[in-house]
Every structure is written in structure tokens, then in C-alpha cells.
Design a protein around this ligand. Structure first.
Ligand code: 13P
Ligand code: SF4
Length: 363
């Protein structure tokens, strides 16, 4: 959940962009290696330019875990990402979320109490130790702790395949939350038959799954989704291909199954960045992910044509877009007033176990 509303002092809201850049640079020069600014690929271009590292949620978690000198980590991303950084760093390292209102609506689709309720119900039908939780990175810290405590692990879009293998090597069934699409796409890739993939919908009695179907299921999905990635439809791909049969389509695995099936390539934000970087000059690529990243790639790779896949929608993650240079500058100049993300110790321990299992499987 987004922790609070915050309004920046006018001095920051009305500051000139060049002034903010100079002030951010001054704080960076002053703090040196003690400061680490992490920026997710979906951040505004000017924010990415001020960062020390840009990456996907896996890459940034790993960087945080391996940066012991960084006493201050300023995270330009969303809440669950900053929580993961706090879980993976030492107590003397302080993690700040540059804009405290930046949450992830998909993560909010899995309130911990509802997940525990579903888990208890599933357990009561299947019996103990049959099913293991796999939590997508896009979840709150308490669900990461729940996952660690119950023998499971965290995954991101870059290592969901490896997480499925890890889990199926140890357990018969997986309980995957909150993104049904990443879960469904990964199950399909893993070869799990469609009828053994079920959707647990807490709004329906018994999750909306017949007891027999639950017993036969291999993968139990939560009913969450990303409102940005579900904007893309297979028709968008058909239209591009009609116009240009040579076009390449690359999409994020949070897209629906029918879109993933039609794409040339599927992967995390870092995968998409690499795909566009490595495409030969002259390539024409339509990308199914967040608009700020697509725009940044389009202006960077002037030797290629990079387009947004949908055209008739506007796939912006408004939570990622909230973070501005003013937020970053405020955070660096006023750490005592900025939003520090502190995951309580009792949650941290098990959440860390689940995240470390993820880092061990790599990507
Ligand atoms: P990545 O892990 O691919 O960066 O994705 C995070 C995310 O929230 C995508 O919507
Ligand atoms: Fe969450 Fe979707 Fe935004 Fe990613 S793009 S942070 S999943 S709302």
C-alpha cells in the first residue's frame, strides 16, 4: 500500500529543472560512495539520468544487496522495490523511496489477510507440504515473509522460469501471486497443462475452484494483474504485422497469454532493453511495456525504429511516473523529512530468506 500522501514544499515544486539537477549533483559529489541512487527502467528519463544505476526489479535488488558502502539508498521506483532493498541491506543502510506515494496497484491486489485466508483454505483441502508459495517481487514485505516462512521464494519477471523449476523440484504444486498473467505464461512455458492451472478468486466461495479441480491443479494463480500490461491485445500485434511483416514484437510477461503467444520475444524490462540494444541497425520493433521505457529507447536508438505496441492506449505506469527530480532532490537534501522505508525486523528475517532464495537461483 502507498504509505501516505506527501506534498513537496513549494521551493521544490516550483524549482527550475537545471537548478534541481545542480543540487542533486552537488549532493552526489558530497556523499560519494555513501550514496546510491537506484532508478527503475520505467522512471522519467531525467530521473534515470541522475541515477547511479538503472535496472529491472531483480537487477536493482541485487545491486542493493551488494552495495555495503551505500549508507543512503535513494530509490526511484515503487514501494515494494524499496522494501526489498531495505530487507536485503544491513541495518546501518537507510533506504528512501523518493516519492512516498508510488505504490503498485498489482501488489495492492494481494492484501496479506486475503492471501493467508486462501492459503489456509488451500492447505485444508490439499494437506500440508503439498503446495509452496511463489511470490512475485510485486508484493508487500509481509507476503515475502509469509513466502519465506512457508518454504517458498520470490521471483521477478526475469527469473520466474527458474523459480518454477526450483519449486517443482521440491513440491507438487505452486501457489503463485499476485500476477495471474506472469504465472499463467510461466506455467505454459514450463509445460503445465492448461487444465492444471487454476485461478483462485477470493471474491468467490472456495476461490471459485471446485475441490476436485484444486486437487488436480499444479499451479494455483492469484487473480491479480497489471493495468498497464493488460492494455495490450493480440490485435495490436496483428495490426503491426499487417503493416510491416518484418517487424519484431517484444513484450513483458505481465501481458496476457494471447499477446505473449504472438510476440517474437518476452522478458523483463532489462531483457527488453537488451533486445532493443542488440537488434541490428534498421530494425523496426514494437514494444509491449511501459511508455517511459519505450520512449527512452526510441530516442536513444536513432538507428532503429522503436514503437509502443498498442497505439490506441497510453501504457503509462502513473505510480512510476510520480517520481520527479524535485522528489529526488528533496530526499537527498532532507533525509530527516524524506520517506525512509523500514521493514520491521520480525518481517525482515523470513522475507530475506525468500529473497535470498531468489538471488541464489539467479536469472
Ligand atoms: P521488471 O522486474 O521487469 O523490471 O518489472 C517490474 C514491473 O513492475 C513491471 O511492471
Ligand atoms: Fe505495478 Fe504495473 Fe506499474 Fe509495474 S507497471 S509497477 S506491475 S502497476
Amino acid at each position: 500500500m502507498c504509505p501516505q500522501f506527501a506534498v513537496l514544499p513549494d521551493e521544490y515544486r516550483t524549482a527550475d529543472e537545471n537548478d534541481l539537477i545542480k543540487r542533486i549533483q552537488a549532493r552526489k559529489a558530497e556523499l560519494g560512495k555513501k550514496l546510491l541512487i537506484l532508478t527503475h527502467h520505467y522512471q522519467r528519463v531525467e530521473v534515470v539520468q541522475m541515477g547511479d544505476k538503472v535496472g529491472d526489479s531483480y537487477g536493482l535488488a541485487k545491486i542493493a544487496a551488494n552495495s555495503p558502502d551505500a549508507e543512503t539508498i535513494a530509490y526511484c521506483g515503487v514501494h515494494f522495490m524499496a522494501e526489498a532493498a531495505d530487507i536485503l541491506t544491513a541495518p546501518n543502510q537507510k533506504v528512501y523511496l523518493a516519492n512516498p506515494t508510488a505504490g503498485c496497484p498489482m501488489a495492492d491486489m494481494a492484501p496479506a489477510s486475503k492471501v493467508y485466508e486462501a492459503w489456509n483454505h488451500i492447505d485444508s483441502i490439499l494437506g500440508k507440504n503439498k503446495v509452496v508459495p511463489i511470490s512475485y517481487m510485486n508484493t508487500t514485505a509481509d507476503l515475502k515473509a509469509f513466502t519465506g516462512k512457508n518454504g517458498g521464494l520470490i521471483c521477478t519477471s526475469s527469473n520466474a522460469d527458474a523459480a518454477f523449476k526450483w519449486a517443482f523440484d521440491r513440491f507438487e504444486k505452486l501457489f503463485f501471486f499476485p500476477d495471474q498473467h506472469l504465472g499463467r505464461n510461466t506455467a505454459k512455458k514450463y509445460g503445465v497443462p492448461k487444465k492444471q492451472v487454476v485461478l483462485y478468486d477470493t471474491r468467490k466461495p472456495g476461490g471459485g475452484i471446485e475441490e476436485n479441480a484444486l486437487k488436480k491443479a499444479k499451479v494455483i494463480l492469484w487473480h491479480g494483474h497489471c493495468y498497464v500490461h493488460t492494455k495490450f491485445k493480440p490485435e495490436h500485434i496483428d495490426l503491426w504485422r499487417e503493416k510491416n511483416p518484418k517487424i519484431k514484437i517484444v513484450v513483458h510477461p505481465e501481458c496476457i497469454e494471447e499477446v505473449v503467444d504472438k510476440a517474437d520475444a518476452v522478458g523483463s524490462t532489462s531483457f527488453i532493453v537488451k533486445y532493443c540494444e542488440e537488434a541490428p541497425p534498421g530494425s523496426v520493433i514494437a514494444v509491449g511495456t511501459e511508455l517511459n521505457l519505450i520512449h527512452r529507447m526510441a530516442v536513444t536508438h536513432t538507428d532503429k525504429k522503436i514503437y509502443e505496441l498498442a497505439g490506441d492506449t497510453c501504457p503509462v505506469c502513473s505510480n512510476m511516473f510520480r517520481t520527479t527530480l524535485a522528489d529526488l532532490c528533496f530526499t537527498l537534501e532532507n533525509p530527516e523529512k524524506a520517506t525512509r522505508i523500514i521493514v520491521p525486523d520480525e518481517i525482515k528475517k523470513d522475507a530475506r530468506t525468500a529473497l535470498e532464495r531468489m538471488l541464489e537461483i539467479g536469472r
